[in-house]
Structures are given as structure tokens and as C-alpha cells.
Design a protein around this ligand. Structure first.
Ligand code: URA
Length: 420
């Protein structure tokens, strides 16, 4: 088999056999197939798509590139939530400890890094000094069973093929593909040994699926392939026409999550965190009363138990909890700039995708996969669609160690928010 002819085959819109996909994926992992040929293949998939049979085969091949976890306790419900990606989406940082604090489910969570314009839970977690996200599988399982949750990234053990493909898609503009998103998310989630999965399928100008119709197609495909892989799946389509909460950028988002874990924070972040955790628990206990679960989750945020669970998880993974207890002690970015409104008006729309790219320019994401992230970089977006603003009102505050990038952004970022 030649990689070249397989790329040509997909380019022509033909279906590749399981053997051909095995050859291509294993060849890429062993470096016999170079990144430029894999990039060409990803682009061919992006334009030509994949048949359902190819998606099922690829989910399986990606799982088999590593190990699959089997938890020992048959009487426990292991569940997770995954977002298809957005801007300011810090829900996992709240939902994981909240669900674990409820004691109704255990959460073995494998998260990804930033992808395209969207942030990644793993990068956010790694803004906490010392936090290890590369637990061994034994540690991951043991911690999940001991304290109800563990938070890791893809390792050599779990779906290494997804880790490599994810990094390549991030820099080759091949993220926005329904079959590739299904393969990436479901391979990780099936491999982590869960029974239930809540999928937050984002729709809008800051999501990979910009229209409701595309989000619905992605949601139904994720449910179909997830169930075929033995999971109970609840997809929820949620809005991504403006950032979630105010904070965009790794440490800034951790900080905002701490506010929510203390019972405060932006209402949209609190509501969505509770909603998705509720869905997760309902997968475990389908007969439970939604209202009772909702009230229980709200009180776990308000009484500090979810925050305590977050500290317990971070501590178990060697993270420095002092910055979570006293966020003011976290290093400050070198430069801060506030963009204010020039005129009065009502916010009509926010270019959320553009803000995601701006955050990368400020240092919060990667332009190429070898770049390092500045955890302090990012922005606070002070306005929401529908807000009335007056001249001089703060619109966006920018944070960066890169003075030039910050100055350039100050000039252009006001354009992201459109007034009537
Ligand atoms: N999240 C993932 O893990 N993979 C994708 O492709 C998109 C979002």
C-alpha cells in the first residue's frame, strides 16, 4: 500500500477499508508516514467526509492505538462530559468536581488541549502550578475511585493516535469536520471506561458548528457512534454566539471557575455547569427527580463542597492549591489594557471566533504545535449581547506579557463587538 494512493482515493471521495485505515494510522504513529501526508489526508477527509463505516472503524483503530480502561466497580456509574469546543468554555473545571462532590457518579475525565480558536481544558488545568495531567493509568483509576474524579490529558496509553491527529488538525484548519470530531471525542471517551457521556455540542459563531443544523447533525452522529460504542449518551446543543462567562484565557478561566465553585461567578457559566452535571446524573439515575438534583447541585456550589472537591483533586495531582485558595497570589501579566466604548448603543453581536483567535495572538493558544502557552494571557469580555452601553464603558480588558501583541489588539479588538 502507498500513502499517496490512499490520499488520492479519499480525495476522489471513495471509501477506504479498515486495513487501509489501519495502515495509514499506524504508519503515521511509527513516523513511516510523514505529517505532510497525514495533513493531506485530513484535508481530503475535511472536504470529502467519511462513510459511517469508516468512522466506526477509525474510532476503533484510534482506541486500539492505546489501552482501554476497565473500572473494577460494577455498581458505580462512571460518567463524563465533553464539549465540542468554544471560547471561554470552562465548564469542565466546575462540572467535574461538582459531579464528584454529589457522590452520585465518578468522573474519569480525559481532556484535550486548545484546538483551533477554541480553548482546551488541559491547557487551563496546566495553568495551575505543579498540576500533573499525565497520571499513569493506574493512578488515574485509583484516584477516580478514591476521590471521585481525576483529570488527565491523552497519554501514550490512551488514544495516542488522537493526540497526534488532534495536534495536526489544530494547525492545519481541519478541525471543523463532523466525522473527525466524532472520532476524536468518542475514541477518548470510550477508552476511558465510562458508561455515560454528556456532550455539549456548541452552536454559533464561536463554535466549530456555526449553524443549528450542523450542530444537530453533529449531536445525532455523536449519539449514534457513542451508543454503538456501548455508551449512554445525552447530547445538549448550547449557544456559542458569545464567550461563556467573561474570561477567555487559561488562568483567567480557572479564576472565573473558582468564583463559580464558590457559589458566585457569571450566571451563564453557573447555569450551564449545573445543567450538564444534572444530565450526567440523570444518565446514572434515569428515574431521579431533575428538580431535586438541580437543587442539590446548586447547594454544592453555594456551600463550598464543590470547591473543596476541586482542591482535593488538584492536590491529589500535585497541583499548588495555594493559588486556588488565594488567586491574588498568582503572577500578574506584564501588560494590561482596557478597551472602552466610543459610543452608546446596544450590543448586537460578538465575533466570538475572532476573540478566540485574538486570545491566541495574546499568547493564550498555539499558532504551531511546538508553541508554549502563556497561562496569564487572555481577556475579560465585559459585555453580552443585548447589553446597553454608554461611551467610556469597559468592553474588553486584555492581558499579555507580549506588549506588541497587546498594542495591536487594542487597535482592532473593539471591532469584534457590534453595536446598533
Ligand atoms: N474536542 C475533541 O476532543 N476533539 C475534537 O475534534 C473537537 C473537540
Amino acid at each position: 500500500m502507498l500513502p499517496y494512493t490512499l490520499i488520492e482515493k479519499k480525495q476522489a471521495g471513495k471509501t477506504l477499508t479498515r486495513k487501509e485505515w489501519e495502515f495509514f494510522i499506524s504508519g503515521y504513529l511509527s513516523e513511516d508516514i510523514p505529517a505532510y501526508q497525514m495533513s493531506a489526508m485530513l484535508m481530503a477527509i475535511y472536504f470529502r467526509g467519511l462513510e459511517d463505516e469508516e468512522v466506526s472503524n477509525l474510532i476503533d483503530i484510534v482506541i486500539q492505538s492505546g489501552k482501554r480502561i476497565h473500572f473494577k466497580h460494577k455498581d458505580v456509574f462512571y460518567a463524563d462530559k465533553h464539549s465540542t469546543g468554544g471560547v471561554g468554555d470552562k465548564i469542565s473545571l466546575i462540572l467535574a468536581p461538582l459531579a464528584a462532590a454529589s457522590g452520585r457518579v465518578r468522573v474519569p475525565m480525559i481532556s484535550g488541549r486548545a484546538l483551533g480558536h477554541s480553548g482546551g481544558t488541559l491547557d487551563k488545568l496546566e495553568s495551575i502550578p505543579g498540576l500533573r495531567t499525565n497520571l499513569t493509568l493506574k493512578e488515574f483509576q485509583e484516584q477516580t475511585d478514591r476521590i471521585g474524579c481525576a483529570l488527565i490529558g491523552q497519554t501514550n496509553d490512551i488514544c495516542p493516535a488522537d493526540r497526534e491527529l488532534y495536534a495536526l488538525r489544530d494547525v492545519t484548519a481541519t478541525v471543523r469536520s463532523i466525522p473527525l470530531i466524532c472520532i476524536s471525542i468518542l475514541s477518548k471517551k470510550i477508552a476511558e471506561g465510562i458508561q455515560g457521556l454528556v456532550l455539549d455540542v456548541k452552536s454559533g459563531n464561536g463554535a466549530f458548528m456555526q449553524t443549528k443544523k450542523d450542530a444537530e447533525t453533529l449531536a445525532s452522529k455523536l449519539k449514534h457512534f457513542g451508543e454503538a460504542g456501548g455508551l449512554k449518551v445525552t447530547p445538549v446543543i448550547t449557544d456559542m454566539n458569545q464567550p461563556l462567562g467573561q474570561a477567555v484565557g487559561n488562568w483567567l478561566e480557572v479564576r472565573e471557575s473558582l468564583d463559580v465553585l464558590h457559589g458566585g461567578g457569571p450566571q451563564d457559566v453557573r447555569d450551564l455547569s449545573i445543567r450538564l452535571t444534572e444530565e450526567m446524573i440523570l444518565l446514572a439515575e434515569p428515574k431521579a427527580d431533575r428538580k431535586v438534583i438541580h437543587a442539590e447541585l446548586a447547594s454544592l456550589l453555594d456551600n463550598g463542597k464543590a470547591f473543596d472537591k476541586f482542591l482535593e483533586i488538584v492536590k491529589a495531582q500535585d497541583g499548588d492549591i495555594s493559588v486556588l485558595e488565594d488567586p491574588e497570589s498568582y503572577p500578574e501579566p506584564d501588560y494590561v489594557a482596557e478597551v472602552t466604548a466610543d459610543e452608546a448603543g446596544t450590543v448586537q453581536s460578538i465575533d466570538t471566533y475572532g476573540l478566540g483567535l485574538d486570545a491566541i495572538d495574546l499568547g493564550a493558544g498555539r499558532r504551531k504545535n511546538t508553541d508554549t502557552i502563556d497561562p496569564k494571557a487572555g481577556m475579560l469580555v465585559h459585555v453580552n449581547i443585548g447589553d446597553n452601553i454608554s461611551p467610556g464603558d469597559p468592553v474588553i480588558t486584555l492581558f499579555s506579557d507580549n506588549e506588541k501583541a497587546l498594542k495591536n489588539k487594542v487597535k482592532e479588538i473593539g471591532e469584534r463587538v457590534k453595536l446598533n
